[in-house]
Design a protein around this ligand. Structure first.
Ligand code: DCP
Ligand code: MG
Length: 412
């Protein structure tokens, strides 16, 4: 009698996430920084200067003053405790010798496209999850379900290794991949052996690899739910799997509690969605110092206009227009306020966005000083075809200041 072969899961889903993405792209340009603590998050003024002898002088984190935050850091910087979203001045205390670099989003978008194209050549069913991560459905990729020797997942493992090599050849960058029966577990899996990791898990690995992890590792358990679970003495995913469903239902409501329970058991049947439209596109900025709506009006107005212009160029580059224009304000003391309004017709140009966002601004009490301003465009659509693009362009030309206020419909 032949030995029973362990059953292959119905699906083989991969999650791929680039390692220290922005920082790694910077290292391609400045290879002399390899292995050093490097932080991305500065402004243009922090760009390296070329010395007469051709070498570069980099900006040391110790010399930073201001209120910027770490966008990302190399693993060498993370060893000092410097992570995304930390204030740069706090980071400077932990790693004063670290090099600070400004972000260059055009470069990151370029490498994002390169790595996704490289993966697509090997495995076409890809869900784009942002600049540095994708889900890949490997189920129907030839060879993915072939055993290698006694390893039923050998084919999947080999394919994932091939994807990593291909990303490296296309970009010079490393990534980490998790391969499991579903998106939920793969997202957790890709983090387990970062950087340059490859983690292949089956349901049998749940108790040893997943259950010991903190509940927050589940994508969908945010800070609020995490704190609530902590207060219920549910700390690990295993604790969550063992929690009485009635207790969860009592604290989280029927829908979310059911999802929590299933997530802890590693169940997730969401498909890999090959095409999805972004919900909204936004730009925001934290000021160097708090600004007051009246006293700092010219500066605020300049920043506001610049944000709207950047947003309009984002929309145009990505080929979107939007009907809902929103603003986000953060006041001293961190209170955050948003307002939006929905226009009758979608817009794409800076003047129209500025005008609508200006109306939103009028609905906020601006007596407190501001530390952050953001502008968002939602209810996105694509300007139908070439003709409709042309029509909307010529309409914009006819009325260079965008739609007249009476054409704006307010929904509060
Ligand atoms: N990013 C950001 N703001 C954050 C976190 C991240 O702008 N609070 C940006 C910078 C990152 C990129 O998004 O380079 C990808 O985010 P990740 O969470 O995947 O972080 P990294 O790729 O930098 O590191 P890791 O190796 O942990 O994936
Ligand atoms: Mg990443």
């Amino acid at each position: 009698m032949a030995e029973p072969t362990p059953a292959l899961p119905d699906r083989l889903i991969a999650h791929l996430d680039m390692d220290a993405f922005y920082a790694s792209v910077e290292l391609l340009r400045y290879p002399e920084l390899k292995g050093l603590p490097v932080v991305v998050g500065g402004r243009r003024a922090h760009a390296p200067q070329l010395r007469p002898d051709g070498t570069r002088e980099f900006f040391k984190l110790a010399d930073y003053t201001g209120r910027g935050v770490v966008t990302t850091s190399t693993y060498a910087a993370r060893a000092f405790g410097v992570f995304s979203a930390m204030g740069l001045m706090k980071a400077a205390l932990l790693a004063p010798q670290a090099i600070l670099l400004p972000a260059d989003f055009d470069a990151y978008r370029h490498y994002s496209r390169l790595f996704k194209d490289a993966v697509r050549e090997l495995a076409p069913v890809i869900e784009d999850r942002g600049i540095d991560e994708i889900y890949i459905d490997l189920t129907d990729v030839p060879g993915a379900r072939d055993p290698v020797g006694h390893d039923p997942l050998g084919g999947a493992r080999a394919l994932a290794r091939e994807i990593k090599n291909s990303v490296w050849r296309a970009t010079g960058l490393t990534c980490s991949i998790g391969v499991t029966p579903n998106k939920l577990l793969s997202k957790i899996g890709s983090e387990l052996e970062k950087p340059d990791g490859l983690t292949v898990l089956t349901m049998d690995d749940l108790p040893t690899r997943i259950w010991p992890l903190p509940v927050r590792r589940i994508n969908g358990i945010g800070p609020k739910a995490g704190a609530k679970l902590d207060s219920l003495d549910i700390h690990t995913i295993g604790d969550l799997a063992a929690a009485p469903p009635a207790l969860l239902a009592q604290h989280f409501g029927p829908g979310y509690s059911l999802w929590l329970h299933e997530a802890a058991l590693g169940q997730d049947d969401r498909p890999v969605v090959t095409y999805s439209e972004p919900v909204s596109i936004s730009r925001e900025t934290t000021f160097e110092r708090d600004l007051h709506a009246k006293r700092d009006r010219p500066e605020l107005s300049r920043i506001f206009t610049a944000l709207c212009e950047q947003l309009a160029s984002d929309l145009q580059r990505k080929g979107y227009q939007g009907r809902t224009i929103g603003i986000k304000l953060r006041f001293e003391g961190f209170r955050t306020v948003t307002r939006d309004l929905t226009l009758e017709l979608p817009v794409q140009d800076a003047a129209a966005i500025r005008r609508a966002a200006g109306l939103c601004l009028k609905r906020v009490d601006l007596s407190q000083r501001l530390r952050l301003l953001g502008v968002r465009v939602g209810k996105l659509s694509r300007p139908g075809d070439v003709d409709s693009t042309r029509r909307s362009r010529s309409a914009a030309n006819a009325a260079p200041n965008g739609p007249k206020p009476e054409n704006l419909r307010l929904f509060s």
